[in-house]
Design a protein around this ligand. Sequence first.
Ligand SMILES: *Cc1c(COP(=O)(O)O)cnc(C)c1O
Length: 465
Amino acid sequence: MSLITNHMPTAELQKLDAAHHLHPFTHGHDLGKKGVRVITRAKGVTLTDSDGNDYLDAMAGLWCVNIGYGREELAEAAARQMKELPYYNTFFQTTHVPAIALAERLASLTPHDLNHVFFASSGSEANDTNIRLARTYWEAKGKASKRAIISRKNAYHGSSMGSASLGGMAAMHAQGGMPIPDIHHIDQPYWYGEGGDSDPQDFGKARARQLEEKIMELGADNVAAFIGEPIQGAGGVIIPPDSYWPEIQRICDEHDILLIADEVICGFGRTGNWFGSETLGIRPHIMTVAKGLSSGYQPIGGSIVNDEVADVLSGVDFSHGYTYSGHPVACAVALENLRILQEEEIVTRAATGTAPYLAEKWATLAEHPLVGEAVTCGMLGSIALTPHKASRAQFAAETGTAGLICREQCFGNNLVMRHVGDRMVISPPLVITKAEIDTLVERAWTALDRAHAELNDKGLMKAAS
Ligand SMILES: *Cc1c(COP(=O)(O)O)cnc(C)c1O
C-alpha cells in the first residue's frame, strides 16, 4: 500500500526503480546514477512529484492528456464498467456494448466516410494493424504485389517492429534489425532545418514529389500505401508548408495508393479541429488513433477505415486481432472522455480561444537570442534552438546537446517541455487556461535565459560549419 500512497522516501523509490525497472528510451545506468523523478499526483495541467514540487505539464504527459488530469468522471466510468463487465473479447462473432458505442461515436466524429474501427491498445499496435490491413486490402482486390509502404525520415509511428519500421527514427532503426522489408522512407517536409534558401512552398512541393519519384522507382503496382502524421509530433512538431499535403493527396489519388493519416497526436482537438486531417486538408483512407482518444486514462488505439476499405476487407477473413481489441474498460473511458470533450466544447474553445492566445504568446519566444523560430498549430508548438538566428545554424556540438540543457533548465523552473534534438516541443492539455499559458511562456523564457547562459559558459554557442 505504501507504494500507492507515497509513504516511501524519494531516495528509496529511486533505488527500487533503478534495481528493477527498465525505462523506455533511456540509458539505464545514467538514469540510475542521477535518480529518476517520481510523479505522484496530477490535476488539471499540474504534476506533483514525490518531494512536493509542482510542474506545469506542457506535454500533456506524452501528448495525450487532452482533457487534463484528474477528471473523476473517467475514473467512475472505468469503475462502473469493471463492475459490470471487466473484460470480454470481440473475437469469434461476439461483441459488447462499450465497443459498439465507441465505434459508432468515432464514425460520427471522423470526417468523410471513415466509418469503421479496428481497435488496438496503442498507436504502435494500430499501425502494425495498418501494415497488415493495407496489404490484405490489396490482396483481396487481386493486387497482391502492392505491398510496399512509403513513409518519411524522422516520422514517428510507434515502437513495435512494424510501427518502428514505418517510423523514420535513425536511432531506432540502428537497433534490432529494422526496418522490416518493403518499407521505404522519403525526406520530411522540414523547411526550417532542411530547406536552405528555397522558398518554403516550393520546398514543400518538392518534398511531396519525392513520393511520386519513389512510387515510380518501385512501380505503382508494388506500392500499398503512404503513411504520414499530418504534423510530425515526436519528430519535433514540424508543421509542413501549405503546399505539402495537397500534393501528397494528388499523388496518392493518381497512383492508386492508400493514404494513411497517423492521427495519434493530431487527433481529438490537438490542431484546432477534431482531426489533423481536417486542419491540413487530407482525405485519408485510413486513420490511426490513440493517445487523446482516452486522454491517456486508459491504453486504447485503433485504425479507422473508410467505407470502401471496410467493404473490401469484409470479403476476407482478416487473420489479425489483439486480446484487448476493444477492451470494454478502455472503451468506456474513451467514451466518457469524448463525451466531456464534446459537451464542454473543449475542442472548440481551445481552437477559438486559448490556441490563438498560445500562438500569440509563443511567437514572442522567437525574440529570444537562442531561438531561431517559434511555431504553433492549435495546441502544438515548437521552437528551434540555434547559436545563430540569421542563418538558422545548427550547433557545432552533437545534436540534442543544447536541447537537453534547455529541457533540464525547464524542469528546474517547474516546466515540463520536451526536446527533440535541438527543438523544444509543447503539447499542453487542451484545457490549459490563458493564465496558465502566460505561466508556461514566462517559465520557458526564463529556462531559455538559463540555458543560454549555460551554453555560453560551456562554450557551446558555436555554429556547425
Ligand atoms: C505516440 C505515437 C504513436 C505510438 O503510440 P503508442 O501508443 O506509444 O504505441 C504512433 N504514432 C504517432 C504519431 C505517435 O505520436
